[in-house]
Write a protein that binds this ligand. Sequence first.
Ligand code: SAM
Length: 239
Amino acid sequence: MQNGTLYGIGVGPGDPDLITLKAAKILQQVETVFAAASTKNSHSIAMEILSPHMNSDVPVVRLGFPMTRSKIELAHAWENNAHQVMEFLKQGRKAAFITLGDPMLYSTFGYMYRTIRNKAPDIPIEIVPGITSYQAGAAAAGEILAEAEESVAVISGALGAQNLKRIIHQTDNVVMLKVYRNYGKIMDMLDELGLMENATLISRCGLEDQEIIHDLRNRPDVPPPYLSLLLIRKNNRNG
Ligand SMILES: C[S@@+](CC[C@H](N)C(=O)[O-])C[C@H]1O[C@@H](n2cnc3c(N)ncnc32)[C@H](O)[C@@H]1O
């Protein structure tokens, strides 16, 4: 039997209208949707984005993985998850694996993609890009990501502020995702670099309780929610 196709689908950052036409069409055709949401919260956001675009009788299977930093445990969980998806596809059925934002940017889809590619290279995989959180964030905040000859670096704050310190001298603009856990350290680093004024914090972009803070000298003293990102401009622009 011919293998079914796996569609790696980016569903955008939160607003159900920010899903692509292609993604919406594919969601109408698949027989199952797999979702690997690391938190209950991001899983339910993904569900809200999906519900206007697919039939309610299509099952959505949530793939679990442990909240651990142990690479061995995580690899084991991903093997099991990939196995479950491959078994489905081997029955000749089509499935989608959904990701918030874009599947090729800091996404659990990356692990699934690599594992299936290695174990079953014959399974067709099609990837449908999504609008990233930071594209939606820049639009919502009215912040230009880069212009003319400027550069923009996309980094993670998951391990603290060292990535920011390392990159800031080599780029004009920085997008920092995963800022919530080390928020205090990241704020201290922005302060040290004299960039508080040039930073914008965007939380829960596209959702009902979206929040945007320009100029972080005025920020409230509470850590932001998980879905939060920073846009940082190194120099002021003319005009
Ligand atoms: C695992 S990464 C996923 C990135 C995603 N694949 C993308 O294309 O944007 C999770 C991080 O993305 C950012 N993020 C995702 N959705 C967001 C939203 N609606 N508003 C603000 N930040 C968001 C946050 O920085 C969050 O910690």
